[in-house]
Design a protein around this ligand. Structure first.
Ligand code: ZN
Length: 498
């Protein structure tokens, strides 16, 4: 096969992959937003055909041959084609490395495990889920060997979610968090908590919708390219860099919930919209990794959205939207209320400060399970002990303990650390951004143009043109967890007058 023919196959394959993904995404979006209740069957059929077509496309011998030719001529390819070849080769490898029977058996296991997990959680009965978790751990230890036999099993799994990240990297990161944040959280526990009762007054959904429109304007999300919908769990979905959708969920008696969902998902959307169109319709389109994506959503949500200057900037407008609910409330009171830090049991409801300790507990348990130094039967006891040690809370039952997240039931081991890494990357980006420009003056006037411009230049525009590690290096320099612990220490020392 000639190089030119291989390049044509490369381009065509990626366009088709894009189309299959776009079709699947559209069906998914329809399902979770506007589709009537009893309509899942036809979509299920369409999705399984699309998945089959995608599998066929990636296992086509002509593609394998083309990728072989392209890899041989790597030195002659431009950066775009070189990276496309690298990523597509990786996808093909990923698809074929697990023997088909094992893959099928595992798919069935996760399907059942998810079902059992739901019931076990409802009944707060770890014993019910335990045999499934044992099998899931066993499979993942085995798969790790297929992914990379030269790596320790948990390192191989971590690398699947955030390439370049391993236990050595994370041990240092989490040790720094433990050392700095556990005492900080304990110190806050001694202090009075700010009043946040006004966040739970009656906020009509219709007004909240208008407020969301305003927030999207502040984030400069062009409504001709970014839509907003409503779903049980907020998320962001990108079709192209010209077509991104976010969703939120409104609670009448909780203003902060949707407000910060819109800003968080808006951060994900900002990233997608700023990716250079030259990677459109290729495997390099869209954000580069989950960790980098979370660094952006959390940057807007926490670092900007929960900052004093930002709240001071938008508070007068908020009072126009909610004059009765926010009467007698000041920007300062609002800032304190949305930054209330209190150790809790549930990860998804955790505040900015205590969140990463929830992740640390999961990391330590996963590391021990996949590393083979801990048995599944000891998960609840270890979970409860670590929650007491790091967060100072007593776990009353497994429902609010080790059964709360769906990740393990879905077979995801090594996914959690990306959440904490994202937050830490964001803090280091802020440190660098502050050296490059005046961040808080414009933010205090409600102008996020400079912030977004910096992030677009250092992170967003690349899409997958650089690897996750290269993007982090580009925006952060050498990763330093202290940037994150310093940021949190400074912020919460001020909030709680420590
Ligand atoms: Zn997110």
């Amino acid at each position: 096969m000639e190089l030119q023919e291989a390049l044509t196959i490369l381009d065509n394959t990626q366009k088709k992959l894009f189309a299959y993904n776009a079709a699947s995404s559209a069906l998914y979006l329809d399902a979770v937003t506007v589709a009537p209740r009893d309509t899942a069957e036809g979509r299920g059929m369409a999705l399984s055909v699309l998945a089959g077509e995608q599998h066929k496309l990636l296992t086509d011998p002509a593609l394998t041959e083309a990728l072989g030719v392209l890899n041989e001529h790597k030195g002659e390819l431009d950066l775009l084609h070189a990276r496309e070849t690298e990523e597509l080769s990786r996808s093909v490898r990923q698809l074929t490395r697990i023997p088909a029977e094992e893959y099928m058996a595992y798919a069935q296991l996760t399907n059942e495990a998810d079902d059992v997990w739901h019931r076990a959680k409802e009944q707060s009965d770890f014993g019910l889920f335990r045999p499934y978790l044992e099998k899931l751990v066993e499979y993942n230890r085995k798969f790790a060997g297929y992914y990379d036999p030269d790596k320790a099993p948990y390192d191989a799994l971590l690398n699947e979610y955030e390439r370049g990240v391993d236990t050595a990297y994370l041990d240092g990161f989490f040790a720094a968090l433990r050392e700095k944040l556990v005492p900080l959280i304990h110190a806050i526990g001694e202090k009075p908590q700010p009043d946040d009762s006004f966040l739970h007054r009656q906020y009509p959904v219709e007004r909240q919708r208008k407020f969301s429109d305003y927030l999207m304007e502040v984030l400069a999300l062009d409504r001709a390219h970014c839509g907003i919908g409503e779903t049980e769990h907020p998320f962001t979905l990108n079709f192209t860099s010209q077509d991104v959708r976010i969703t939120t969920h409104y609670y009448e008696n909780d203003l902060a919930s949707s407000m910060y969902s819109v800003i968080h998902e808006g951060g994900h959307a900002r990233y997608e919209l700023d990716v250079d169109p030259q990677v459109e319709y290729t495997v390099l389109a869209g954000g580069v990794s989950m960790g980098v994506h979370e660094s952006q959503s959390r940057f807007y949500e926490n670092i900007i959205g929960r900052s004093r200057p930002f709240i001071e900037a938008i508070f007068p407008k908020m009072q126009e939207f909610f004059p009765e609910q926010l009467s007698g409330v000041t920007a300062e009171m609002f800032w304190r209320a949305v930054n209330r830090a209190q150790p809790s049991l549930i990860r998804t409801e955790a505040d900015e400060l205590t969140y990463c300790l929830h992740i640390m507990v999961r990391y330590e348990i996963e590391k021990a399970l996949i590393g083979g130094t801990m048995e599944v039967k000891d998960v609840p006891e270890t979970w409860n002990r670590l929650y007491k040690e790091y967060l100072g809370v007593d776990v009353p039952d497994d429902k609010r303990g080790c059964l709360q997240d769906s990740h393990w039931a879905g077979g995801s081991f090594g996914y959690f650390p990306s959440y904490a890494l994202g937050s830490a990357y964001g803090a280091q980006m802020l440190r660098n951004m502050e050296q490059d420009m005046d961040v808080w003056g414009p933010v205090g006037r409600g102008d996020l143009g400079g912030v977004t411009g910096w992030l677009a230049e250092k992170v967003h525009k690349f899409g997958g043109l650089l690897t996750p590690a290269q993007v982090v290096e580009n925006a952060c320099g050498t990763f330093d967890p202290m940037a994150y612990t310093d940021y949190l220490t400074k912020k919460y020392t001020e909030l709680y007058s420590l």
